[in-house]
Design a binder for this molecule. Structure first.
Ligand code: IMP
Ligand code: MG
Length: 199
């Protein structure tokens, strides 16, 4: 994926293009690379710069959704140059290993209240959107000043609910992906790229 390959230009989020090279040195379960480590870093920098401009010096609270968003969040915040704090939520979504049901349970809540604050939810991936829909409702009811979403990846083909996602890293095709925080059965989070899981 290069900028010149994205016909919509640099202001809209890019669509990931698979690279037909299997990184065999990592794991036999890892298939095509959908987003390389270089493309991830470039896009995360762009998002950080955009967020810094948009919040214009107002203190920002990033809410990371454990565990997958930790990797994205920690890279992202190093490209944000306005006052920024972080907090985390852990949620469990009932369903299979690859499908969430929308029935969400809070495993760990935020440490502090968010009333009156500018809050940006940082998610690894929006698949059906059901987890994010729950989070937006739940955090929205706590009366933040603003509440927005920054998702590294979106899978439009799988979306079940319409959601406002202001910041999006990459749009990907309908495949189960691992790496850069994303897991399959808790494994593969450490891969420095995003790859499809081989069937
Ligand atoms: P949703 O509720 O269907 O949008 O699912 C959201 C959550 O499911 C994400 O935060 C991930 O933890 C997980 N998930 C969805 N798709 C993938 C994937 O392709 N790889 C790894 N985890 C995924
Ligand atoms: Mg997961």
């Amino acid at each position: 994926m290069t900028e010149s390959m994205d016909p919509r230009g640099p202001t809209l989020h890019p669509v990931a293009t698979p690279v037909r090279v299997a990184p065999e040195q990592y794991d036999r379960g890892v298939g095509e690379v959908l987003v390389s480590a270089e493309d991830l870093q470039r896009r995360v920098r762009e998002l950080g710069e955009q967020i810094s401009r948009d919040y214009g010096g107002r203190p920002l609270l990033l809410v990371g959704v454990l565990k997958g968003a930790v990797f994205f969040l920690s890279d992202l915040m190093r490209f944000i140059d306005i006052p920024v704090e972080i907090d985390f939520m852990a949620v469990a979504s009932y369903g299979s290993a690859t499908d969430s049901s929308g029935v969400v349970r809070i495993l760990k809540d935020l440490d502090a209240a968010i009333e009156g604050r500018d809050v940006l939810i940082v998610e690894d991936i929006v698949d059906s959107g059901l987890t994010l829909q729950y989070l937006l409702r739940n955090l929205g009811s706590r009366n933040p000043r603003t509440l927005e979403v920054c998702a590294l990846l979106v899978k439009p083909a799988r979306r079940k609910v319409e959601l406002p996602s202001k910041y999006i890293g990459f749009e990907i095709e309908d495949r189960f992906v691992v790496g850069y925080g994303l897991d399959y059965g808790e494994r593969y989070r450490n891969l420095p790229f995003v790859a499809a899981l081989e069937k």
